[in-house]
Ligand binder design. Structure first.
Ligand code: ARG
Length: 581
């Protein structure tokens, strides 16, 4: 509906140009928004205000001209001017009903298909030297949900798990692996089953023994120069570390696989070229023996120049160097129209610098959009970064185990008579979705407080609330199995029917906002509102006990579309629904 109104306004602006009311080259940025107060219609635009300058008229007069020139549309019941020159649109109930009817018959809920793009999504991307911790949770689940939504819209999405599988810390890890080395493969995997502990122990050895540290440094050099023995150790290590990640992905219901991994090391062979090309473009400077690029727009707080370092004095390459190579690959080989980076906001400056450098150096197609879709920190209830009681890093596995236990308690208290197997399955879904939803429902740019109590509550914008709401809507059909809906039609009469219908019709624009901005919380907020809207509809409008058969069928269709929308919406968040809980 929104895009329909936008298109009507576009045509109007065109006719203004033909009538020479406004200059032919004027680019109008047409904005149409949902109204807060329904007495002001359903949608509103400030287009008249945008045109005052170029049309040299007052906004209310322009608004009237817009209304006079607006193409006829059966979707619009009424148009009004409000306040200083806003135009309010009232959507026709029959048009709304037939939009919903069409959505019911489409497995994509009638969404509009945007122009298909190739979109690279860089997410999760943990460092393989250590075990995944809570810091990786946000990137993994926010990224995965945006990936799902983009695919649902029909885009070609390429997942890139840019894992940290390279760097000096690997020397230390390989040296320690070597020290523990037994010929027994099972033994080696066992040692690595707790990566956190493995890393800690390696670090202890590194700090206590000069001999060990020397060996570690030597191994890095050998690894970098392609030594077969070192590379074998390194591959073994990464392989085991990656299997830990894949286990977590599976448990979280995240769609990343081994094939999506393209880590930092994948760009090793290009790094020399990256530096040579920057040099050839005259961008490179030397600073204390390191090869760097200074860009005018980046300065330290004190106003000193802030370089991007590409190669250290000892010849080693850095994080920024692989990102330069990765951008070139994403543009030239993957042919991406957009690249999204779901990475902690603490890396904001890094991305500003490398994005700007990639453009300056012509490494990426000028049309390609580079977006750091960053996120804030997950804090504990004390408002400080989330830690274990003893101040350690919280392992993701432990967090999910705790979610499981707490969800089981919750589900059992609601269903004392349910058998253990079903309880466990419901608890698994509730626990994982509570953790995911709590994260997804917050604006990613802000920090948030991780609270089991809050995320497992049945009240408010939480996973349990939505899962339960879904079971309630789905439950209506269980009791209406004998009703044949094949000829049924949606008819909107009651205010609550209209309000629910209005909400249902907004799915497309919500999805568009979510994918253009990379913001799953927009979808969460929508699903929550939809569930609440359904509750008030259900309270006011009896479904199974409706006055007439036609009314009952129409209401059942509204319930059905609500159920479909909730289920699809949750699936785009990577959350499974339950039939009962
Ligand atoms: N491995 C990095 C980290 O854990 C994140 C990588 C993000 N992606 C990228 N292309 N830089 O901080």
């Amino acid at each position: 509906m929104k895009s329909h109104i936008i298109s009507l306004l576009e045509q109007t602006v065109e006719s203004f140009k033909q009538q020479a009311l406004i200059p032919a080259d004027f680019q109008a940025r047409i904005q149409v928004d949902r109204t807060k107060d329904k007495s002001h219609g359903d949608l509103a635009t400030n287009l008249a205000m945008m045109l005052t300058k170029v049309a040299k008229k007052n906004p209310r007069d322009i608004a009237q001209l817009i209304i006079d020139n607006l193409p006829e549309s059966s979707h619009v019941a009424k148009v009004e001017i409000a306040g200083p020159g806003f135009i309010n649109f009232f959507i026709d109930d029959n048009a709304l009903a037939s939009q919903l009817q069409a959505a019911l018959n489409d497995d994509h809920l009638g969404i509009e298909r945007p122009t298909k793009q190739t979109i690279v999504v860089d997410y999760s991307s943990p460092n393989l030297a250590k075990e995944m911790h809570v810091g990786h949770l946000r990137s993994t689940i926010i990224g995965d949900s945006v990936v799902r939504a983009l695919e649902f819209q029909g885009h070609h999405v390429i997942r890139q798990n840019h894992v940290g599988d390279w760097g000096t810390q690997f020397g230390m890890l390989l040296a320690y692996m070597e020290e523990l080395r037994t010929d027994d493969q099972a033994q080696a995997s066992l040692q690595l089953s707790d990566l956190q502990e493995f890393y800690r122990a390696a670090k202890v050895r590194f700090d206590e023994s000069d001999e060990f540290a020397t060996r570690a440094r030597k191994l890095v050099v050998e690894l970098q120069s392609g030594d077969e023995y070192c590379n074998k150790l390194w591959r073994e290590f990464n392989d085991i570390s990656l299997s830990h990640c894949l286990e977590i992905y599976q448990r979280l219901g995240v769609s990343l696989t081994r094939e999506d991994v393209r880590g930092e090391s994948a760009y090793n062979a290009d790094l020399e070229q990256v530096v040579a090309d920057l040099d050839a473009k005259g961008l490179l400077s030397e600073s204390n023996g390191a090869k760097v690029v200074f860009q005018n727009e980046f300065k330290t707080k004190d106003g000193d120049p802030l370089p991007v370092i590409l190669q250290k004095a000892d010849g080693g390459y850095l994080y920024a160097t692989s990102d330069m190579a990765a951008m070139r690959y994403r543009s030239n080989v993957l042919k991406a129209d957009r690249a999204l980076y779901f990475v902690d906001l603490r890396q904001a400056l890094h991305f500003q610098q490398v994005f700007s450098l990639a453009r300056q150096a012509g490494f990426v197609n000028p049309e390609m959009s580079l977006e750091h879709t960053g996120f804030g920190t997950m804090n504990g209830e004390d408002g400080r970064p989330f830690k274990t009681r003893s101040g350690g890093v919280v392992k993701l596995v432990d967090l999910l185990d705790e979610a499981d236990v707490r969800a089981l308690e919750l589900v059992r208290s609601k269903n004392p008579d349910m058998d253990e197997a079903e309880l466990a399955e419901i608890a698994r879904v509730v626990g994982i979705s509570a953790v995911k939803y709590a994260d997804l429902s917050k604006n990613r740019a802000s920090d948030y407080i991780f609270s089991f109590e809050q995320m497992l509550s049945f009240e408010g914008n939480t996973a349990p609330y939505l899962l339960y709401a879904y079971t309630r809507v789905a439950g209506i059909f269980k009791r209406a199995q004998d009703v044949d809906l094949s000829q049924a039609k949606i008819v909107l009469e009651h205010t609550k029917e209209k309000e629910l219908a209005n909400k249902l019709a907004q799915f497309n624009e919500v999805l568009t906002r979510m994918t253009t901005k990379g913001q799953p919380h927009v979808l969460c907020a929508y699903l929550y509102e939809l569930a609440s809207e359904f509750s008030s509809f259900y309270e006011a409008c009896p479904v199974l006990a409706a006055d007439t058969q036609a009314q009952k069928e129409s209401r059942l269709l509204l319930a059905k579309l609500t159920a479909n929308t909730l289920k699809t919406g949750l699936s785009l968040l990577g959350i499974d629904t339950l039939e009962r809980m």
